[in-house]
Ligand binder design. Sequence first.
Ligand code: GDX
Ligand code: MN
Length: 381
Amino acid sequence: MSLVVFPFKREDPGNLLKNVKIASAHPRVEEVLCVGFEEDDCFRTLAAAAPKLSKEQGKPVKVMVQERLGELRPGKGDGMNTALRYFLEETDHQRLHFYDADIVSFSEEWITKAEEAADQGYDVVRHYFPRASTDAMITWFITRTGFALLWPKSVLPWIEQPLGGELLLTREAARGLLADHRVRRQSDWGIDTLYTFSMVKQGFSLYETYMGVGKLHKLYGALTDLKTMLVECFAAIQSLRGIELTELSTHQVEFPGPVPPEVKEKLGYDLERTLPLLCRDWTPEEEDLLALFPPEVRAGMEACRSFPKFSFMDEEAWRGAYEVLLDNFQLGQPHWESLLFRLWVARTLNYTAQHALRGYDHALYYLHQMIWRYARLGLRR
Ligand code: GDX
Ligand code: MN
């Protein structure tokens, strides 16, 4: 029997309550836990509704504030790790499910599909779903790129959504994750990267289950909204560099279904609001950092100071830039964070203009081939 967890921070309580009800009504679910960042309005609404819900469903529905467990910015990582600890120390449920609180398209099917794969013996089940060709730009250009360059022979580059917040862990997998000090330390957005890395490092078997309904959730505007997530996801990869993977994880992916037209036609971000981000607010310190980069990257970014440019930031230029970032990037250093963000914006715009504009099928094929090329080439040195 299973525990379902929703980490949340300033979410719409109506939607979260709806998801909690769906989860607690599922026959496999014995308890539902919501872990909040703080006692915000959403937290209070939920805490007030929990006792009645527990009674109606005949199973516990709990709400708690996350503990301070990690060492980085207190964020989703502390929330997820608080839940891991609760699951292992306060319950004897066999499986733990995580779902983002803001999913609008949540249904009992998400739980059922994960349970079915776990019944087949997989240690970890991860949900994946169709995403617009200009969505998931951190996943493709930071996480999967980094996994391919650094651990090309492992299953890591081939995990469809390594940052996804929807997954099932068996008790054994949960124990393995919480025992990893790097996981416990990762209190910020880097947590998804760390969970993924740690489960592969420990050789847990992985199944990716396909949710054709897709994940409808809160949307972003310009790419700036993603800056903190970008910086923390990159720093997470950087912190793992040099660790060798010796265990062999098995990895199965459910074959995807047809991609709905809404997803194929969706625009992932606002182009007009993103372009000026390349030119705006350069400081002399940030300009100085460009000296570390390969000539084509340096020249391209220097030109950006007066006009948005991105044709230079192709796959190969990004590989060179990524390597310099791995060696030099400093989390918490504003000039580095700004430059990482700008380089990634240039890469995202380049891909949008060169590939996403050619249509969904071309774009997704390109992205997968790109990961394959990175895995073959590795780092330049
Ligand atoms: N307890 C807690 N504490 N929950 C948090 C916090 C926090 O500090 N920050 C965010 N959350 C919750 C949030 O309420 C939601 O339920 C979930 O975490 C994900 O946050 P959201 O703002 O919806 O992020 P987004 O962009 O949808 O990100 C998801 O996809 C990313 C990705 O695939 O790129 C999320 O699962 C990320 O972890 C993932 O990196
Ligand atoms: Mn979301």
